[in-house]
Ligand binder design. Structure first.
Ligand SMILES: Cc1cc2nc3c(=O)[nH]c(=O)nc-3n(C[C@H](O)[C@H](O)[C@H](O)COP(=O)(O)OP(=O)(O)OC[C@H]3O[C@@H](n4cnc5c(N)ncnc54)[C@H](O)[C@@H]3O)c2cc1C
Length: 428
């Protein structure tokens, strides 16, 4: 049975994305006892699945690497992966979290050599690439994964493939007897950083995401452009592997819409502007990007980035809410239909590939989090009730970019530190 020693002076951080990692580090570097709990096999959250960051177009791995170094050098911060918080009870200064620990089937002897991957044959969907390809059922979640430790997919447990993985491991790291456990962790304050998930594009019927292979989402496009992605960084169409030189981006796909997400995620305009750079980078002057938009929301420092993309001759802007997409079955091309509101003429535009800029919604509906949380109409954490010791951070509170997520996480760390300091004074 796993035991995590924690007290009411411990700060529990739920969610190991950039927000949770930031909050945990800020609190631990102030000398606090911190437990960071992440439900997937590795830290980093959805930023690890981005190819580049706007506005600087740098790689997310750079910031992640700095944070991982900070984590490794801080004994006050304990990290649990494959650990999902399923319930929180109690109140400020005295919380108990229920945490489900899923088996990794690989222990800390793992050196990351990859012999288990070579040994197994079973292929499973690769969630890191939004299931655009498959991976071996003994896998490292991604190249920068922390911990750098392989995992076995539960589907091979009890099969000959699991035994092959065990036999191939020279370090005794494969433990097929690991079982799911549920444990309780105490904490004086809780930071809730469970992040976001992309809106389900299949629900936006007129755009045909569930019918047409060459209609994909913005998060999937990040993986297509990434050299660690399913196509090795080549922008290829899912239907036939042809280079997608003519790419359409549909803004507000399911956002600002009473039938889908009411809110604007703010990120999507910047994400699509950024992604036109991926197309240009791949195909130079032969690239053709078209952004279909209602209005572009690129505020503050992002205005310069927008102006730069506007000046790019390979990028065209069409002010229009696309009415529907159809497929040319012979070529696999996607035809977008609508009315250009700047000239009021109808269009039927053909593209190699269509990218839906889907909105961000909370991965956990704030209304389902007990412990004194006030949620907004979209399910984000609006605020904590007066006297609460549970604080939202990052995209659990709103659709935010990384910069604003980090600011929000730092603020939540400060609030949590105030709570446990008070507990410590009371107990002194
Ligand atoms: C298409 C697209 C492109 C983007 N590009 C950029 C960009 O270029 N620049 C930029 O600044 N921003 C960009 N963003 C926004 C960026 O992805 C977010 O700001 C960032 O992911 C927020 O991090 P987070 O930690 O709040 O959430 P997440 O990254 O979602 O992390 C939350 C973590 O919590 C874990 N978790 C969830 N529930 C539980 C639970 N119950 N128990 C334990 N763990 C749990 C999850 O597994 C996850 O690891 C983009 C967004 C989109 C949609």
């Amino acid at each position: 049975m796993t035991e995590v020693v924690a007290t009411n002076q411990t700060i529990l951080v739920v969610g190991g994305g950039i927000s949770g990692v930031t909050a945990a580090l800020e609190a631990a570097e102030c000398g606090k006892d911190v437990v960071l709990v992440e439900k997937t096999p590795a830290l980093g959250g959805r930023t690890t699945q981005l190819y580049r960051y706007f506005p600087k177009l740098c790689h997310p791995t750079c910031g992640l690497e700095i944070n991982l170094r900070r984590i490794k050098s801080n004994p006050g911060l304990r990290v649990l992966t494959l650990a999902e918080v399923t319930a929180i009870s109690g109140s400020r200064g005295d919380y108990t979290a229920t945490v489900r620990l899923s088996p990794r089937y690989v222990n800390e002897n793992c050196t990351g050599c990859g012999a288990c991957t070579d040994a197994v044959e079973t292929l499973v969907d690769n969630p890191f690439n939004y299931n655009l390809n498959q991976m071996k059922a003994a896998y490292l979640p991604h190249a920068m994964a922390y911990p750098q430790r392989y995992a076995l997919h539960p589907s091979i447990i009890g099969t000959p493939d699991a035994e092959k993985a065990k036999a191939a491991c020279k370090y005794g790291a494969i433990d097929l007897d690991m079982k799911e456990e549920t444990i309780q962790i105490k904490a004086g304050a809780v930071i809730w950083a469970t992040g976001w998930q992309p809106y389900d594009a299949a629900k936006i019927q007129p755009y045909g995401y569930d019918r047409f292979a060459n209609v994909i989402t913005s998060v999937e496009f990040e993986r297509l452009a990434d050299p660690h992605g399913p196509t090795g960084g080549k922008i290829l169409r899912p239907s036939d592997g042809k280079e997608a030189k003519d790419v359409a981006f549909i803004q507000c796909a399911g956002s600002r819409d009473e039938n889908h997400l009411r809110h604007c995620s703010r990120i999507c305009c910047m994400a699509s502007l950024k992604q036109t750079n991926y197309v240009r980078e791949a195909f130079g002057e032969a690239a053709k990007s078209t952004i279909y938009y209602i209005d572009i929301r690129a505020i503050d420092r992002f205005e310069d980035f927008y102006a730069k993309v506007r000046a790019d001759a390979t990028v065209r802007f069409v002010k229009s809410k696309v009415a529907k997409a159809t497929e040319d079955q012979k070529s696999g091309d996607i035809i977008l239909h609508g009315v250009d509101t700047e000239g009021y003429h109808r269009y039927e535009n053909r593209h190699d590939l269509v990218v839906l800029a889907v909105g961000m919604q909370p991965s956990v509906n704030a209304a389902d989090i007990p412990a004194e949380i006030i949620s907004d109409s979209s399910g984000f954490i609006e605020s904590s009730a007066a006297g609460s010791g549970l604080f939202g951070a990052g995209c659990a509170t709103n659709a935010l970019d990384v910069n604003r997520s980090v600011q929000s996480a730092t603020a939540s760390a400060l609030r949590a530190i105030q709570v446990v300091n008070k507990v410590a004074r009371a107990e002194a």
